[in-house]
Design a protein around this ligand. Structure first.
Ligand code: OOB
Length: 528
């Protein structure tokens, strides 16, 4: 039985009927998509990660094994599972395994830590967490335990690699019960997380029908086919890398996904040359780094046809340098995890590509640009962007306050972006309306960071604002009013830990902390 606390994500029936009639929603599910691709392109490569090279048929086998293994843990279709994996091959059997089992992935980014994961686990009432053992020098296993301690429903900790105590190895999951039938294509397939302008990240329910439409239409706009090779340079769980057209759009088109462990020019360029990458997507600061490195590289980048840039504003001066330095077409992508995605089209004049953030995917994406009072602005004037359409959500998961703020009564999503609508239907992003920092495409809610600062006993009040940064676009700055503590009492050293050793009665063990500190200084050769 589908867990009944996860409603079908409903558009009014009249709109849903229209979206089906126009062929946007085709009744496809993610599980069916992989099965169909494995039938059509079984022996073609689907996923490349270093020396790991899986065909569509192998990927399906692994996904089915993962699905059975996850169900054999006692998870029920409809249960939510947090997936926090870096750009590694196992992401794909994990995510498609969840889809085939009727389980709902909740996508976390590798950079997320306790605060975000505990919030996600509680809000989604997640029953399991799937993580890597280590990545980029960080050990995720103590983090898993710390999250589990605060999220009582989180029963299973699954690790790709070496599990810690009380955890299971993803590789040891063995086929279990028969897989459930294909779910309703209009049901929620997964929960994405919002960049968030206020408070903690919100959960974004996306359906099979709506998300597959955006991936399929994006793949068409980007000219993807079985010969396309997409490099996942940004985190694979981010909406841009996942769906615009990203890894799902590429797999939908029968193409090949190459995973990039980190987006440095050295790593990415070597993979572009080795794998014949044809398209990839980056945030503006990375585009700047790549353009700086390209003239000196020893790698052949000639296979790359399209560089997508999105997530934050790409200034026209930098945009104009993409073709001359990288020898490929720039595509600007202005999207949001809540839905609406805009692209400059590959065959549009260079002037449009360089100076706009594109136009919507769908003829049925409705765009409103309103002034502060809620009235339409004069043509070409900046205003608040609101949207609704066949792949834009109508509500966040379980968040009435955010829903009241973020959606109009007739179902338009208030994006929080200030844009201008240009004569050809293209949008130009002018900035944000709210207190939100866009740091190299990573969205930071000022309120969330202020709450963390306020939790510190020495902080009386705090305000976080963005400041312009030539490389990151924006960076964050915190203004902090202290509680008026004498200077000499401020700690000389602060050590960040994920947990404290405790005494037999459960108090924080200061003896242990002192011993740890002494050991640390001795190891580093400093005086204790
Ligand atoms: C993408 O998604 P999110 O959810 O991390 O962030 C959405 C917000 C937008 O509301 C806008 O404020 C900003 O990111 N943004 C841009 C932009 N692309 C996104 N601002 C200016 N120029 C752009 N090109 O960031 C996202 C999702 C799908 C595809 C691409 C990006």
């Amino acid at each position: 039985m589908q867990n009944n606390d996860m409603p079908r994500q409903l558009w009014p029936e009249e709109l849903a009927a229209r979206y089906r009639e126009k062929g946007y929603w085709q009744g496809e599910t993610f599980g069916r998509m992989l099965r169909d691709r494995a039938a059509a392109h079984g022996s073609r490569l689907a996923v490349v990660d270093g020396d790991t090279r899986w065909t569509y048929a192998e990927l399906l086998d692994r996904a089915e094994a993962a699905a059975g293994g996850l169900l054999s843990l006692g998870l029920q279709p409809g249960d939510r599972v947090i997936l926090q994996l870096p750009n590694i091959a196992a992401f794909f059997p994990a995510v498609f395994g969840l889809f085939l089992a009727g389980l709902l992935p909740v996508f976390a980014l590798p950079a997320h830590r306790q605060s975000e994961l505990i919030h996600l686990a509680r809000k989604a009432r997640a029953k399991a967490l799937v993580q890597a053992d280590r990545h980029e020098g960080f050990d995720y296993r103590p983090l898993a335990l710390a999250v589990q301690a605060e999220a009582p429903e989180l029963r299973h900790l699954v690790v790709v690699g070496e599990p810690g105590p009380g955890m299971l190895a993803f590789g040891d999951l063995r086929p279990g019960p028969a897989l459930p039938p294909d779910p309703d294509p209009q049901s929620v397939a997964f929960l994405q997380i919002s960049g968030g302008s206020t408070g903690l990240p919100k959960l974004i329910p996306r359906t099979h029908d709506d998300y597959i439409y955006s991936c399929r239409a994006s793949a068409e706009i980007c000219g993807l086919g079985p010969e396309s090779v997409f490099l996942a340079a940004l985190p694979v769980a981010h909406n841009f890398t996942m769906s615009s057209p990203g890894v799902f759009g590429t797999l939908h088109a029968g193409g090949r996904v190459v995973l990039c462990p980190n987006p440095s020019p050295e790593t990415a360029f070597a993979l572009i040359a080795r794998e014949g990458v044809t398209i990839t997507g980056v945030v503006p600061p990375l585009a700047l780094l790549w353009m700086q490195a390209a003239p000196k590289t020893r790698h052949d980048l000639s296979s790359l046809k399209v560089l997508q840039v999105g997530g934050a504003k790409f200034i026209p001066e930098a945009a104009a340098r993409v073709r001359p330095t990288l020898g490929c077409t720039l595509q600007q992508v202005f999207g949001m995890a809540e839905g609406l995605v805009n692209y400059t089209r590959l065959d549009e004049p260079e002037g449009i590509i360089v100076s706009t953030q594109g136009r919507p995917i769908s003829p049925d994406d409705e765009i409103l640009i309103l002034d502060d009072a809620g009235n339409p602005v004069a043509e070409g004037e900046p205003g608040h962007l609101l949207t609704r359409g066949p792949y834009t959500i109508r509500a966040y998961h379980d968040d009435p306050a955010a829903n009241a703020r973020s959606f109009t009564e007739d179902g338009f999503y208030r994006t929080g972006d200030i844009v201008r609508l240009l004569p050809g239907g293209h949008l130009s992003v002018q900035g944000r309306a709210g207190d939100h920092i866009n740091r190299a495409g990573e969205k930071i809610s000022a309120e969330e960071i202020e709450d963390h600062l306020l939790a510190h006993p020495a902080v009386f009040d705090a305000a976080v604002v963005s400041i312009p940064d030539p490389f990151l676009g924006e960076r964050s700055c915190a203004f902090v009013r202290s509680r008026g503590l004498a200077e000499f009492k401020v700690p000389d050293e602060v050590v960040f830990v994920t947990g404290f050793a405790t005494t037999a009665v459960g108090k924080v063990s200061r003896n242990q902390l002192r011993a740890d500190l002494r050991a640390r200084y001795l190891n580093e050769g400093k005086p204790a």
